[in-house]
Structure formats: C-alpha cells, structure tokens
Design a protein around this ligand. Structure first.
Ligand SMILES: [Zn+2]
Length: 311
C-alpha cells in the first residue's frame, strides 16, 4: 500500500502554494493512510481547507464570553449542528505546519487499533497504548512530538472548538477496572455495570433482538482515535470534528452512555436515518430512554438519535 502510494505522487498537478504542497506530499507515503484517509480525498480536502484563498478571518476576541448564552449564540450553535459537516468561518483549525503531525499521530493510533483489536481498544489505557506501541513494530513507539501533540489535544479547552459538553475524564491515563465493565456478547463492545448495563438489557427485553449495541464504554485512547481520524478527514478542522465526535475526555461514553442500532442497518445507524426507523420510534415510546444529542442539544454536537444518555 505504502509502496504504491510512493510511486504515485501525482507529479503533473499544477503547483499550489509551496508550503502546503510540500507538507501534504510528505504525508502520502505513510503506511496507514489508506485506512484513515479515504484514499487521497482527505488530502485533497485538507488542501482545499488549509490553503487559504484569503487570510483566515480573525475570530471574535472571545466568542464565548462575548455572546454569553444569549439568543444569538443559541442560533449560531443550532445552525452549526444542523449543518455539522461543513466548515464555518470561525472554526478552529490546526496550523498548516502541524497537519503532518496530526496525520502521523492519527495513523499510529489507527495501527494500534488494528494491532490491539476493536473490542479491547475501547478499554485500553493510555499507558498500555504506549507500551504496545513501543513493543510492536507495526505500531511503532510514539515520538516526543506526537506525545506532546496528544497532551495538547487532551488538555485543550473544547469550548474553543464550539463543543460545550462536560469534561468527564480528567486523566489521560484513566482506566476502567475489569469488575466495572461487562462484555456484551457478539457486539465487540463493553458496558459499565449498573445503570448502563441494566438499561441496555431492559431495552433488549422490550424491543427484542432487532436492536443491538453499536458502541459502549470508551476510554481516552479510543476517543483519541475517533476524534483525530475525524480531524484528519476534516483537513485539521477541530471544530468540525467535534460536531461529530467528542474530543478525548469529553465523551459521555466514558461514563456510561452507549449507542444502539437496528440490526442490518449498517452505517446508516450513525446517520439521521436512524430516527426514521421503527426501532427508534419504539425506543422513544418506551418512556425511559433519553437521547443525549437531540436536534436542539446545547453541546454543539450533531443530532445523534442513536446515542442513549445515562444520568
Ligand atoms: Zn455515541
């Protein structure tokens, strides 16, 4: 895969501004890009987003403090979450010069996911990740620049991106004791014991086998992988990424929230189409199920009719 990419750097394309062209071409040979990047399309998209046709507009001095919780900010937020997968002028982007760092870090996390396995990756701790990476050549140890980058992402104030959920995990190294989680058969996912597990079992009792767990409890590492691969796909737009994926530490999946889907509905389980299914209607009719990210949620996140709120 990497070899093929190396042979195909698309030498005939007319040269865009030099800094971005150079930086982006350097990204192409990375081995795991195919997994992450949807072929070369993300690179193209990144270039479109990151090569400014005009200088990036200055954001308001402090958009949050400025507008408070007033009607203007509410309107702005709803507008963005309805149109979550496009860019807005005040979106927060990773600097062009650090795009390569973003991609290499995300690619390493993707390789770790492949090596560790999808189920275990939900629970793997940051310390375990570093040990696996150092030990297995197919992942490769995290260089200091990537560790600093991960640190920075974890400690960033997500309200800067326009994400207003709570920070629920404050330690990058958080772990879930084995006794606190239960593996859900055939799902490849885990749920926290107590309310999440009981609620899921009750849903299955009431709705039957046509509904299943599509994502359960997730630790910091899994959230890094999801958030950063989305950040790559958005060309380094952290605001756009955070409208679909909570930044690490901010996912309610870490405190019990879980996602459900309709059997046989595939990836449409993670689109607004899920809200049109009979399973969704039945979920709502149960009366004891709440959706975390409603169409008008205050968190700055797209409508996620599949995401069950706990507490
Ligand atoms: Zn979810």
């Amino acid at each position: 895969m990497a070899d093929r990419d190396r042979q195909d750097p698309d030498p005939v394309e007319s040269p865009p501004p030099p800094i971005d062209r150079r930086a982006l071409l350097k990204l192409v040979p990375l081995g795991a890009l195919a997994l992450l990047l949807d072929g070369g399309r993300a690179i193209e998209r990144a270039r479109r987003i990151l090569v400014p046709r005009h200088p990036r507009p200055e954001p308001p001095v402090d958009p949050l403090a400025d507008e408070g919780a007033g009607p203007r900010r509410g309107h702005d937020r709803l507008h963005k979450i309805r149109d979550f997968d496009r860019t807005f002028p005040d979106d927060v982007l990773i600097e062009e010069s650090r795009l390569e760092l973003l991609v290499s870090t995300a690619a390493r996390l993707e390789r770790a996911l492949q090596a560790i396995g999808h189920g275990n990756f939900n629970l793997v701790t940051f310390d375990q990740l570093l040990r696996y990476a150092a030990r297995y050549a197919e992942i490769g140890a995290f260089p200091p620049a990537e560790l600093d980058f991960l640190d920075e992402i974890f400690h960033a104030d997500a309200t800067r991106y326009g994400f207003f959920g709570d920070k629920v995990l404050h330690e990058q190294t958080a772990s879930f004791p084995e006794r606190d989680v239960e593996k859900i058969p055939a799902s490849g996912h885990y749920l926290l014991r107590g309310e999440p597990l009981e609620k899921y079992r009750r849903i299955r009792r009431d709705l039957g086998d046509g509904i299943f767990l599509t994502s359960g409890v997730r630790n910091v590492v899994k959230q890094y992988q999801l958030f950063l691969s989305k950040a790559v796909a958005t060309g380094g737009n952290l605001s756009q990424a955070s409208r679909s994926l909570a930044p690490p530490g901010y996912s309610y999946h870490a405190i019990g929230d879980f996602d459900v889907g309709r059997v046989g509905f595939g990836l449409k389980n993670f689109t607004a189409d899920f809200a049109e299914t009979p399973e969704y209607q039945k979920l709502i009719d149960l009366g004891y199920v709440d959706i975390r990210y409603t169409e008008t949620n205050p968190f700055g996140v797209r409508h996620e009719p599949w995401h069950i709120k706990i507490a």
